[in-house]
Design a protein around this ligand. Structure first.
Ligand SMILES: Cc1cc2nc3c(=O)[nH]c(=O)nc-3n(C[C@H](O)[C@H](O)[C@H](O)COP(=O)(O)O)c2cc1C
Length: 174
């Protein structure tokens, strides 16, 4: 192991410094990044697709772009990244059940939640904090994920409190 890149850490009690970044180190460190929780949905033909996604971010104001990182291993990956458009649902504090539902693999999850049809046929879930309906702008290779970039065409929002995710658990802001 080389010199400590962060010498001040030596003076912080309980700080953990590692220069060999195994997958476990990577996961455990990134789990400490707090995020909101979204569900990304799209439709390909008759098939509704949807998955829980926390890797959502604002990307550009002009034009209005957002991004989400979609695992290549996800069953929905090919459909969601090839669809002409998709919807991003920012979940509210009381929508943990929807997050858990859409973190399960496969299309059956749509049997358990009511939806409307949005632009591009994207299934619209019960509105939580906000919803952004996007056209497909680009899909960029990002290792074992595809960085899906959407141009925001329609938004909806409420004043509900968000569902948060931190250290592998659901949290609320208040
Ligand atoms: C809180 C939370 C956040 C998640 N964030 C992502 C994410 O950003 N990108 C991703 O590809 N999968 C993410 N997942 C995992 C997918 O939701 C999960 O693999 C799901 O089964 C995919 O559905 P599918 O296989 O039907 O496509 C997350 C799961 C949870 C519980």
């Amino acid at each position: 192991m080389g010199p400590n890149p962060n010498p001040t850490a030596n003076f912080v009690e309980d700080a953990y410094v590692s220069q060999s970044v195994s997958q476990q180190e990577f996961r455990e460190t990134l789990a400490l990044w707090p995020s909101g929780v979204t569900v990304v949905t799209a439709r390909v033909g008759d098939l509704p697709l949807g998955m829980t996604v926390s890797s959502f971010s604002s990307l550009s104001l002009d034009p209005p772009l957002i991004l989400a990182c979609i695992a290549k291993s996800a069953k929905s990956h090919d459909g969601i990244v090839r669809a002409d458009g998709f919807a991003v649902h920012v979940l509210a504090r009381d929508q943990e059940d929807i997050s858990r539902l859409f973190a399960r693999p496969g299309p059956e999850k749509f049997d358990e939640v009511p939806t409307d049809a949005g632009l591009f046929g994207a299934p619209l879930l019960p509105l939580g904090v906000a919803r952004l309906v996007c056209s497909h702008e680009a899909g960029v290779d990002g290792g074992d994920h595809t960085i899906l970039i959407g141009r925001v065409l329609e938004v909806a929002r409420t004043d509900l409190s968000p569902l948060l995710y931190w250290d592998r658990d659901y949290r609320s802001a208040t």
